[in-house]
Design a protein. Structure first.
Length: 223
């Protein structure tokens, strides 16, 4: 099976079923051990609830880690501390409920570890890697066969795009040319201050427009 190939539905069903079975058995045994320890500690009816808070913390921390991983974020210190704290409390309670022998303590500690590992394996079945969509390179424009004049259409479009902006007329330039022409006909000079006042631009901009007008025509101005 290649690295990109995903397991079939039968494999996933068997995996999830086995993990759920192990997690259920481990949860029941671990719950009973923690309830017994809480009852011995004098918690009374609350002994039935305390195991839920321990295993529930493990589940909540694992779900928080799963959510953050799917969002592309690190697990976070709080989630990891909650997970480790829940597993540690479960281990301690299970060991405390065992007989004071090494074998009994190892056997009693197993359900807590089995539950945490089984639940983590179950979450791994739900972790689907996010695959970024492939972005294809834009197709390069090719020549159009049979175009009149032997010029391909994309090239004609590029040429039109490059030439058309040069044909646009600057409205300020036209206004300056008209102002200079009128003043020249009346025999009076036109300076930057006059252009700036008439067109509402700065004197620096007015000087640029006057220089452009002199380049394109024979208008005269004074500084």
């Amino acid at each position: 099976m290649s690295a990109r190939e995903t397991p079939g539905w039968a494999v996933r069903v068997v995996t999830v079923g086995a993990v759920l079975l192990v997690a259920t058995v481990a949860a029941v045994v671990s719950y009973e051990h923690m309830r017994e320890v809480a009852e011995r500690a004098g918690e009374g009816w609350r002994a039935w609830l305390l195991p839920l808070s321990v295993d529930g913390l493990v589940v909540a921390a694992s779900m928080a880690l799963l959510t953050r991983r799917r969002a592309g974020l690190p697990g976070g210190r709080l989630a990891w501390c909650a997970l480790l704290g829940g597993v540690g409390a479960s281990l301690a309670a299970n060991v405390a409920a065992a007989e004071p022998t090494a074998t009994a303590r190892v056997v009693a500690a197993w359900p807590a570890l089995a539950f945490a590992v089984a639940f983590e394996l179950l979450l791994q079945q739900r972790r689907v890697p996010v695959v970024e969509p492939a972005v294809d390179d834009p197709p390069s424009p090719g020549p159009v066969v049979g175009h009149p004049g032997g010029v391909d259409e994309p090239a004609a479009r590029v040429g039109a795009t490059a030439v058309e902006p040069a044909l646009e007329v600057d409205p300020l330039g036209a206004a300056v040319a008209e102002l200079v022409g009128t003043a020249h006909a009346q025999g009076r000079p036109v300076g930057r201050r006059t252009v700036a006042r008439e067109l509402g631009v700065t004197e620096y901009r007015a000087g640029q427009l006057l220089a452009l007008t002199n380049t394109n025509g024979d208008g005269r101005h004074t500084p």
